[in-house]
Design a protein around this ligand. Sequence first.
Ligand code: PGA
Length: 242
Amino acid sequence: MSQLIAGNWKMNGVAAALSEIDALAVSLTDRPAACDVLVCPPATLIERASHVSRNRIALGGQDCHAEISGAFTGDVSAEMLRDAGATAVIVGHSERRQYHGETDAVVAAKAKAAWRAGLTAIICIGETEAERDSGKANDICKSQLAGSVPDGATSANTAIAYEPVWAIGTGKTPTSEEIAQMHAHIKAHIPAGLRILYGGSVKPANAVEILALADVGGALVGGASLKASDFLTIVRACRKSS
Ligand code: PGA
């Protein structure tokens, strides 16, 4: 399966930022990507982004509610994301777990909601720095997988994103050995064939090395996905599909 390079814009971007998606789509029309390319802008931009993505870039949400509709002020359902033009949604990002108290059970319910709406769920896991320092990273990730990945996950409906919390937005990354070790560990605890993305300070400068590692099925890119030129460099760093 080809790699997946996914951009997570977080709470960044108003209409002016659509020019970045436009520029990326133009480049990928001139020279198609060797991987799947996904951008997850704020929900407010998904529909407008679909008008400039030229079918070269898939669009996704950054979170969804587990229910289809109802009295949940401020929330967005997976069906609404799908209606806006999304084909995927990130669930269980560490910022959602940290700032919104999302538990593994909540994340699993959101992943099922994504499937119900026909979206691919990108389920995020990852240890904190203290957990890594105390030698618990493997156990933490295994337990997050057990709690957050529902039965029924397949390569068609789910990808896992391994994002060590301490590497997100910090410029720090695990060593290549640590990434390869954790991806092998994750692979051993999920259904066969699921893509395992690495996320956390992926940049043009480190993308080639990270994307060449065994069991790395792509990248989830935050800060470096906001500029088309940086994101394109990461897209071009993907491994040719095997
Ligand atoms: P970063 O964020 O690339 O800015 O570290 C990654 C993420 O949070 O998905």
